[in-house]
Design a protein around this ligand. Sequence first.
Ligand SMILES: [Zn+2]
Ligand SMILES: [Zn+2]
Length: 352
Amino acid sequence: MKCISVVKVGSLRDPNPETRGQVDVLDIPEQELGPEDVRIKVAYCAICGSDPHLVENIFGWEPPFGMGHELSGVIVEVGEKATKKGLKVGDRVAGNFLHFCGTCYYCQNGQQQFCTHADESNNPGMAETVVWHESQVYKLPDDVSLKTGCLLEPVSVATRISDKVDLKLGQRVAICGGGPIGLLALQAMHMGGASQLTLIEPIAERRELAKKYGATDVIDPIAEDTVTAGLELTNGMGYDVVIDCSGSPRAAYPLPQLCSRGGKLIYAAMYPNDWEMPLNLYKYCYYNELTITGLYVSPYAFPRAAQIMKHFDLEAFTQKVFDIDDAKAAFECQISGKYPKVLIRCNEFPGE
Ligand SMILES: [Zn+2]
Ligand SMILES: [Zn+2]
């Protein structure tokens, strides 16, 4: 079967074709179906902001390796013991690319995101079919199409961000970075009752989307100083909650200054793994009592994400679709940043 794979590691933006990273469509064998697994015929798989980092080889995997974790599809085969959730052939589903073992220390301690066996069944989703353990698979609500359904995983990340924020009605929230996760987190904070909601983002189209999704203010960090603008918008108080979804060191660094005293600062992106950020502990942790945290993946969030996803406005996220054979063009389009999301159609399902 076809599977979009990393065939050469390196940055996709590298101007030198000798060292540039490369993806291609490879013919790989279908995965074997275990007794507790289901086989999904993949409809759509979205390109994640983290996928180009995968091509850069942040995890140190040996190429070629398959890609894709934001997928939807239809069940075509159910293992004999995959009976706990009532899944059946023909179900429209999406799910979690990670399988948590349920047995290790972390799984037993309410921290399945740190499962010590989670990597063992991480099968690639930019493929014609994928095999997942039934615990990874969630039925899509009837009113969520397969095209929208592939966004269950990013919606689960917004759900996890909400869990970490634990927003109180009326709090002021700033979000830095208007990529897909930033815009979904913004919608979540709007639903959750933020009184003031500011997006910090250099791309004008994304700032416009944010206003449509409930942002009360936007800041262009190229045209104005983020901290000055944010403090002005909050009468000098700062925000109760600041969420970074940019992953950019330059954008992430000044964010402690945007937090109100006693506020919460969540670094909710993936960062360059060798970057260290100076932080004045006296000012921000002792005197201002900030709570600073981050997040890795989205444990315990998928069932709620599936329930709430129809309340998200996901139209702008499903505008650009490439066929699986056009993998290279799809990745070029993704790194151009022109669309909030780029989808790959792995199989045709008429009407979806
Ligand atoms: Zn993702
Ligand atoms: Zn585990």
